[in-house]
Design a protein around this ligand. Structure first.
Ligand SMILES: [Zn+2]
Length: 143
């Protein structure tokens, strides 16, 4: 990922930034996909400010290193994912609390991989299933 960032920086005549490199390294360490808040928390330990993290996130998206996975949500709940190699992820996304839970399903993975996409070669996928988590549902029952 660092090589891709270096290439992008050089191509756009930008200066190399150790802070930017550090934010990318932190983003790669997080479980994917991650929320901006998780990256901010990790970056703050390295004394990197929230506005800097958001700036780097925008740059990584432009450089096609990072993917914003649910574009229709608010900035606080937006999830980001490093675009690396082949990966297949399925997650349940709670529309009430924003909790993201991974789903391990061979059936779903194989169904998507076997699907014949029209003039499209599948490299990877990230599937979000939207709904309400168990905690939010039980909370609703109480009130
Ligand atoms: Zn919930």
């Amino acid at each position: 990922m660092q090589r891709r960032l270096d290439a992008y920086v050089e191509e756009h005549n930008m200066r190399r930034s150790p802070t930017r490199d550090l934010v990318l390294a932190e983003a790669c360490k997080l479980p994917q996909p991650f929320a901006a808040s998780e990256l901010i928390e990790a970056a703050e330990k390295q004394h990197i400010s929230m506005p800097t993290v958001y700036n780097v996130l925008q740059l990584l998206i432009k450089a096609r290193i990072l993917l914003k996975v649910n574009r229709d949500s608010t900035r606080e709940h937006a999830m980001y994912e490093i675009l690396a190699g082949k990966s297949y992820t399925i997650q349940m996304y709670c529309t009430r609390c924003g909790r993201v839970t991974p789903v391990q399903s061979k059936v779903l993975n194989n169904a998507i991989k076997a699907y014949k996409f029209n003039n499209f070669n599948l490299q990877r996928f990230s599937l979000f299933v939207y709904g309400e988590c168990k905690v939010c549902r039980s909370y609703k029952r109480l009130y």
